[in-house]
Write a protein that binds this ligand. Structure first.
Ligand code: FES
Ligand SMILES: [Fe+2]
Length: 377
């Protein structure tokens, strides 16, 4: 059921999706203060492994030091070069590619080539800029700005389900990313409603679920959606029989979790899909996907192999669904860019999660740092 009894106003003007100045303000007041999911523990599995990325113009390096995950700004304390331009690698100590300065696990300088040239500088006096780094299940988050709540508090009620869905028992199938020409909110809002299903996904998902089959829930910084799910048709039937044969409960539900500003999880019986929607520019967003398959209850190698195969097949089905969405984003963006608009827009009751998202944005953009927002019933 939906919470709202009536349609809801579109709270953001079209310029919120198009204007570079709006994007700059949004970065400062909405995006940078949030926790950013940047990698998984599987991606830096071994001590010394590192990955690099850029989030909201911040170059980041994430390093595994004996099982501790530490994030830093990827800029050297000597002459500010990026330590490395590799996207991943393994270094016991992080070392700068330019003149070879080396840093310890805390990011303090440890070895400086031709050190007497820097006297009276002492070892450890300079260092990398550390980022608060925390994991929830296999997902590793960093905070670009100090002072916000710890990750557990930030995720609130969703911390438990996310940790379980991306637990150490689950197997990361893949990671993948792609840049689309659309504002990040175009993408986020698309994922927050089932209204477009009958039109865009008729050939894959069928029609939008009946209101009585949908459940919307809202928290301080999150919302969720549960509906009947599962791959349709004979392929889906076979897949469910397989799961049952392996002792896995089949709920046949689709659960969609959204954590502000731009993290979503799709949780199904055999497959968990994690999306981050990373704003690159006012009209450009990088979509990053990680998918996990569950493990067999008996942890048998054969069972796990079968489950991974099944999850990959399931994922390819979702790949077709996303293509249907992704091909639409530029058109939505182009409509947002039209000099003359037919009005501010309108949200149906089924689109109430978008209203909740926009309420939160408006509140933070206006300088109100409180988090509670509601969809009235
Ligand atoms: S800029 Fe990194 S060692 Fe010189
Ligand atoms: Fe869609």
């Amino acid at each position: 059921m939906f919470l709202s009894d009536t349609h809801l106003p579109q709270l953001l003007p079209a310029s919120a999706y198009t204007d570079p100045e709006w994007f700059t303000r949004e970065k400062q007041s909405v995006l940078i203060p949030g926790w950013q999911m940047v990698a998984t523990t599987d991606e830096i599995r071994n001590s010394g492994d590192f990955v690099t990325t850029t989030i909201l113009d911040h170059p980041i390096i994430l390093h595994n030091t004996d099982g501790q995950y530490r994030g830093f700004i990827n800029a050297c304390a000597h002459r500010l070069s990026k330590l490395t331009c590799l996207t991943k690698g393994n270094q016991c100590r992080l070392k700068c590619q330019y003149h070879g300065w080396e840093y310890d696990a805390e990011g303090a300088t440890r070895r400086i080539p031709d050190a007497p040239g820097f006297k009276p500088l002492t070892s450890g006096q300079l260092g990398l800029v550390p980022l608060k780094t925390e994991a929830c299940g296999k997902l590793i988050f960093v905070q670009l700005q100090q002072g916000g709540p710890p990750l557990g508090e930030y995720l609130g009620e969703l911390g438990g389900p996310i940790s379980e869905a991306c637990s150490a028992h689950n197997f990361q199938l893949c990671s993948w990313s792609r840049v689309v020409d659309a504002n990040w909110k175009v993408v986020v809002e698309n994922t927050l409603e089932s209204y477009h299903v009958s039109e865009i996904h008729r050939g894959t998902l069928g029609s939008m679920p009946a209101e009585g089959a949908c459940q919307h829930r809202f928290g301080d910084r999150w919302s969720s959606f549960i509906s009947p799910g599962g791959v349709p048709g004979i392929v889906g039937d076979l897949q469910r029989k397989l799961l049952k044969a392996l002792g896995i409960g089949v709920s046949r539900t689709y659960q969609h979790l959204f954590v502000l500003p731009a993290l979503t999880l799709s949780i199904m019986d055999d497959l968990v899909i994690v999306w981050t929607f990373e704003p690159v520019a006012a009209q450009q967003t990088r979509l990053a996907l990680r998918a996990f398959s569950i493990q067999s209850p008996t942890r048998s190698a054969l069972g796990d192999t079968i489950l991974r195969y099944s999850a990959r097949r399931h994922l390819s089905f979702w790949g077709r669904v996303w293509e249907e969405d992704v091909s639409l984003y530029p058109s939505v963006q182009q409509g947002m860019n039209a000099p003359l608009q037919p009005g501010p827009g309108l949200l149906s009751r089924r689109e109430e999660r978008i209203h909740h998202f926009q309420q939160w944005l408006v509140r933070l953009m206006s300088g109100d740092m409180s988090t509670a927002s509601t969809v009235s019933s």
